[in-house]
Design a protein around this ligand. Structure first.
Ligand SMILES: [Fe+2]
Length: 307
C-alpha cells in the first residue's frame, strides 16, 4: 500500500468512526435547557409566568452514569422556577432494584419553591413496580392518582398525576376527584397517549415524556420510531382537542443508545394566558446547551388556540 492509499483509508476510517460515534458518544450527552412558552386556557392572571422545570426519562443505568444524573439534578435545581415536575423512566434496566435504590436518593435532592411532583414511567415498573412506588411515596414527590394545589392570592392551580399508560391505571378522574370543576388542572402523565384514554376531567395542560422525541430525527422524514399510538405526539407543544400537551425529548435513551438531530433536554415551561405562533409552540423559545450560551429560535406568525 502506498502512502496515498494509506492516507485515503485512514481518512475513510476516521469519517466512518465520526459518523457512527457522534450519535452514540456525543449527541446523547449534549443536554440542552429549552424554554417553552405554553398557552394555557383559563389560566388565572395570578399564574401568568408560572415556571415549571420538567425532567423526564433519565434512564439511569448503562451509558447513563450517576455522575451525569447528579449533574442534571444540579442543573435543574440551579434554574429559576416555581416547581419541578418529573414524568418517569428514572431507571433503564428491567428487574434491577439496586438502580432504583441508587437513583431515588438523588431525585429526592430536587428542590423548588412550590415543590417537586413526580409520577412513574413504564421502565420504573419494569425495574420493579413496588420498589419504585415505595420510593416515589418516600420522596414526598408522589402525585400518582392524586393532586396538590398551589395558591396565589385567591387563585389555585392543581398538579395531579396519572399512572403509566402501559403498566398502571391512568386514574385521571381519581387524581382530580376533589378539585372544583372550574380550576386550572395540570396532569403529569409519562406517556402522552394517556390523554386519549376515557376520563371526564377537563385538563388545561398535560406534561409528558416517554417518546424521547424519537431519539433520531431524519431530515424530511421525522422520527422513524415513536413508541406511541398517536404519532402526532412526538415532542414539543401539541394543541389537542382535549387539552394542551407538552412532550419533552427527555434526557436518556431506550432501544438503541443513540441520538441524532434530537438533543436531550431539560424543559422550562412558562405558562401564559396568551396565544402563541405555531413555530413558537413547536420549537423551544430558547435553547441552551448546559454550560453554554443561549440562542433564540422563534420565527412563526400563525396563531393557534390552546384547545
Ligand atoms: Fe423513556
Amino acid at each position: 500500500m502506498n502512502r496515498r492509499s494509506f492516507l485515503k483509508r485512514c481518512s475513510l476510517t476516521a469519517a466512518i468512526a465520526a459518523i457512527c460515534g457522534y450519535p452514540l458518544l456525543v449527541e446523547r450527552y449534549l443536554f440542552q435547557v429549552n424554554r417553552y412558552q405554553i398557552p394555557v386556557a383559563g389560566l388565572p392572571p395570578e399564574f401568568e409566568g408560572f415556571t415549571i422545570v420538567h425532567l423526564t426519562d433519565l434512564h439511569y443505568g448503562f451509558l447513563m452514569p450517576m455522575v451525569v444524573i447528579r449533574h442534571l439534578i444540579h442543573q435543574a435545581n440551579a434554574l429559576k422556577k416555581d416547581v419541578i415536575v418529573c414524568t418517569g423512566d428514572y431507571v433503564h434496566e428491567h428487574n434491577r432494584t439496586e438502580q432504583i435504590d441508587r437513583v431515588w436518593p438523588e431525585l429526592s435532592k430536587l428542590q423548588a419553591v412550590h415543590g417537586v411532583y413526580s409520577v412513574l414511567g413504564n421502565h420504573d415498573h419494569w425495574a420493579d413496580s413496588s420498589r419504585s412506588l415505595d420510593w416515589l411515596h418516600r420522596s414526598g414527590q408522589d402525585v400518582r392518582h392524586q393532586a396538590v394545589s398551589i395558591s396565589r392570592g385567591a387563585a389555585r392551580l392543581w398538579i395531579g398525576g396519572a399512572g403509566d399508560f402501559w403498566e398502571d391505571d391512568p386514574g385521571i378522574d381519581r387524581a382530580f376527584k376533589t378539585v372544583p370543576p372550574g380550576e386550572t388542572k395540570i396532569l403529569l402523565a409519562h406517556n402522552p397517549d394517556t390523554i386519549d384514554t376515557a376520563y371526564h376531567t377537563r385538563l388545561n395542560l398535560v406534561i409528558s415524556g416517554h417518546t424521547h422525541g424519537g431519539q433520531v430525527i431524519l431530515p424530511f422524514w421525522g422520527p422513524p420510531i415513536l413508541p406511541v399510538i398517536n404519532k402526532r405526539y412526538a415532542s414539543g407543544v401539541v394543541a389537542t382537542e382535549k387539552t394542551m400537551l407538552f412532550i419533552s425529548r427527555g434526557l436518556g435513551w431506550a432501544i438503541l443508545p443513540v441520538r441524532l438531530n434530537c438533543l436531550p433536554e431539560i424543559a422550562v415551561l412558562r405558562l401564559s394566558r396568551q396565544l402563541l405562533t405555531v413555530d413558537e409552540s413547536c420549537a423551544p423559545n430558547t435553547a441552551q446547551h448546559i454550560g453554554a450560551t443561549s440562542r433564540p429560535s422563534n420565527t412563526g406568525r400563525k396563531l393557534i388556540r390552546p384547545f
